[in-house]
Ligand binder design. Structure first.
Ligand SMILES: NC(=O)c1ncn([C@@H]2O[C@H](COP(=O)(O)O)[C@@H](O)[C@H]2O)c1NC=O
Length: 190
């Protein structure tokens, strides 16, 4: 099954995966203050505004994950002291779903040491929900948050488990583990 981009978040653990039919030539680059989805050097040029963005950032001891430019305003709202629910709701509602051929939803999660919040904005809904166990939400098909078996207990395992999940067209994945500090890890495809 093809579900596009997705996040899995639970208290202390999270992952984000890029799956893509249309833009497979991408990777996650580790920068000082963010993990960024970017084209590989051999990728064909595109003017699609939705394929390069920060997919993981950190704020106030929490990790923010998501499939587009909304990751930045979610992080900025957390910096200002907004609760995770409000940071997600504000940023998702203001940017709304992507204006592409698929009305692709925006998905996101905030992971703290003992709490996690997941969100999606799609054409017909805005859902933001605090969760107590790993929860999946994706751009296509799986576009309602649901509890999801996810065994990883560190960032490296989270990135690997997300990348290896049996959904089509895996491109790259990021994992986060949040405790006293935040660890991140990346798996890039061939
Ligand atoms: N975030 C991403 O990595 C991303 N990759 C592709 N999209 C959007 O989704 C559309 C469909 O892409 P695909 O066929 O790869 O699932 C693209 O035309 C683009 O507008 C994205 N936007 C949201 O998921």
């Amino acid at each position: 099954m093809y579900i596009g981009r997705f996040v899995v978040v639970g208290p202390g653990i999270g992952a984000y995966r890029v799956s893509s039919r249309s833009f497979p030539n991408r990777r996650i680059v580790e920068r000082d203050d963010a993990l960024t989805v970017a084209p590989t050097p051999d990728a064909p040029e595109t003017d699609n505004p939705y394929v390069s963005y920060n997919c993981v950032r950190e704020s106030e001891g929490q990790a923010v994950l998501g499939n587009g430019s909304h990751v930045d305003p979610v992080t900025e709202k957390l910096d200002l002291g907004y609760p995770a629910r409000d940071a997600l709701a504000t940023a998702l509602l203001s940017l709304d779903y992507e204006k592409d051929d698929y009305d692709t939803p925006r998905v996101a999660g905030v992971v703290g040491p003992d709490a996690a919040t997941v969100g999606i904005v799609r054409r017909n809904a805005l859902v933001v929900e605090q969760v107590t166990e790993p929860t999946l939400v994706a751009t296509y098909e799986e576009n309602r948050p649901r509890a999801f078996g996810f065994d990883a207990d560190d960032a490296t395992a989270a990135a690997r488990e997300a990348y290896d999940l049996d959904f089509e067209h895996a491109v790259c994945a990021a994992g986060v583990a949040v405790d006293d500090g935040i660890e991140t890890a990346v798996v890039n495809g061939e």
